[in-house]
Design a protein around this ligand. Structure first.
Ligand code: TXA
Ligand code: MG
Length: 316
């Protein structure tokens, strides 16, 4: 049986979703980055169901979504730099990894037993209404089977996980289209764990140059989750034309069978990237060739996702 889809701007739908979460259920939640698979952060049974629904390895910790700084402060200690970043970019596509408080209302399973916790306050009105209605932190990984392409519409959620969750809130197409940027502040300085929907330069204007660490999608062993965000077809990067049996995903002047942004706008390309990969995959090509994307601004995160989509799949 596939989960019902209700409009995220309906107060009745939000009340029903909050009730489902209180009863250990799973809800597809719209955010401005990608759709999340939400569960009560402090309910180990619900979080165990969430990991099983996604087929996600339990060593890969989840992000706790909060309504704002006050709720975030129940979860983690709060260095000055975190306060400055949250004041500048929350609600929005920025996740902060901070030292977890002992009494934090989050089960060990949700953050893989680490002494840190990842926290984000999403900007989408549907997510904000659900957090207000539920009244506590919600963990939410992207609402897709682990390793696959992240969902940017309610339909994508329904196609991938519709039979494994209890309700999907439809909040329209995600406006950012890439997961949040993940920044750790654990030793006083800011470290980039995952490039994402908030550009590096905007963060560095506050933090100064970011340190870089292993990618957040490979928390225990670098490269372990190298293949991620992957469609069914193989991916070939930096292509200028399609070879035999290939489809070409264009950008700017390289028109392609489908163009991420004819004007070369990286925000437009980010917003449409995952839906475009799904569309091209549905054509069942031998390979999806992708035009070069400049590695600046949001291009850093777009190229990160494309490289993971193109990575060898065996063993992951
Ligand atoms: O935009 C987003 O961040 C979306 C929407 C739904 O909010 N969520 C999302 O969640 O992308 P997920 O689970 O796909 O990615 C969470 C990332 C993973 O790379 C995970 O390893 C990292 O955050 N992470 C979570 N807790 C961490 C921690 N304590 N230390 C280091 N990395 C952590
Ligand atoms: Mg994900």
């Amino acid at each position: 049986m596939t989960a019902p889809v209700l409009p995220a701007d309906s107060p009745d739908a939000i009340a029903r979703a909050a009730a489902i979460l209180r009863e250990s259920g799973l809800v597809g939640m719209p955010t401005e980055t990608v759709y999340g698979l939400a569960a009560d952060a402090n309910n180990a049974a619900a979080v165990a169901r969430l990991y099983a629904a996604k087929g996600r390895p339990r060593f890969n910790p989840l992000i706790a979504h909060v309504s704002g700084i006050a709720m975030a402060q129940t979860l983690a200690s709060w260095p000055d730099l975190a306060g400055e970043l949250a004041a500048a970019f929350w609600p929005g596509p920025l996740t902060l990894v901070l030292p977890k408080l002992k009494a934090a209302p989050i089960c060990d399973l949700a953050n893989a037993g680490l002494d840190s916790v990842a926290i984000r306050s999403p900007g989408h009105a549907g997510a904000r209404a659900l957090l207000a209605g539920f009244g506590g932190p919600l963990v939410a990984p992207s609402a897709n089977p682990s390793g696959g392409v992240s969902p940017t519409t309610a339909r994508h959620v329904s196609d991938g996980l519709g039979d494994k969750l209890d309700l999907i809130l439809d909040g329209g197409a995600c406006t950012v289209g890439l997961e949040s940027t993940v920044i750790a502040i654990l030793d006083g300085r800011a470290t980039l764990l995952r490039p994402g929907g908030l550009e590096r330069a905007r963060i560095e204007a506050i933090t100064g140059p970011l340190a870089t660490a292993g990618h957040a999608d490979a928390p225990t062993s670098p490269g372990m989750l190298a293949s991620h965000y992957a469609p069914g077809a193989a991916i070939r990067l930096n292509a200028v034309r399609a070879g035999a049996g290939e489809v070409l995903l264009g950008f700017g002047a390289i028109e392609g069978d489908l163009n991420l942004s004819a004007s070369g706008d990286l925000a437009e390309a980010a917003a449409g990237l995952f839906a475009a990969l799904r569309k091209m995959d549905a054509l069942a090509p031998t390979c999806i060739a992708v035009a070069p994307i400049p590695d600046e601004g949001l291009g850093e995160a777009i190229n990160d996702r494309l490289q993971r989509a193109a990575a060898p799949r065996d063993g992951s």
